[in-house]
Ligand binder design. Sequence first.
Ligand code: BG6
Ligand code: MG
Length: 216
Amino acid sequence: MKTKAIIFDLDGVITDSAKYHFEAWKELADRLGYKFDEDDNERLKGVSRMDSLNIILEINNALDAFTLEEKEAMCTEKNDNYVKLISKVTPEDILPGIAKFMADAKAAGLRLAVASVSKNAPALLTSLGIIDEFDYIADARKISKSKPDPEIFTVCAESLGIEPEYCVGVEDSQAGIEAIHAAGMKSIGINVTVTSIAPDLPLGSTAELDFAAMVD
Ligand code: BG6
Ligand code: MG
């Protein structure tokens, strides 16, 4: 078997928390009277908290309307909304097909990592009951460039001690697919709204994941 590692995005891949990020930003945008819809939200997937806020402000021509301190307060407000929304997450919330795909990969001797720029990733993985299943979880606080920059995928591969060409990345965002490609890895896309580079293997949902058929 050529592949030696699978590197998973978390939000929208392992669990459906992408919808909670959207709801949390929407709550803030509504309070501010700003436009923000599901199409706008596609641009936020895989993007850090502050970069996400900047995209929402840019959409509303308000990029220069706030000080850094005010923007940090908005990020905290969004995160408080998000933490409330994910507080009820349990192992039942692992998306269909993920647990089997992970188990099949492990049984084949592959190593598993998480490449999420979310600072809530460790808490969410703990609530899902799978934090100990991964050989490496990237520390979002140490990642300086959001996807589509390859940094987080490259860091995962380096930390596992595996060359990128032997890694497969799984992502639900366009930015994530670009990051995987830029890192020199093969990509599996989960319901990606493609606006530039398409995933090597595009799937409609995690339920379609099939380790034996898709990973060589
Ligand atoms: C990514 C999400 O996984 O994490 C983004 O796709 C989110 O929507 C980013 O903005 C940062 O998350 P957090 O939890 O640190 O605000
Ligand atoms: Mg995602």
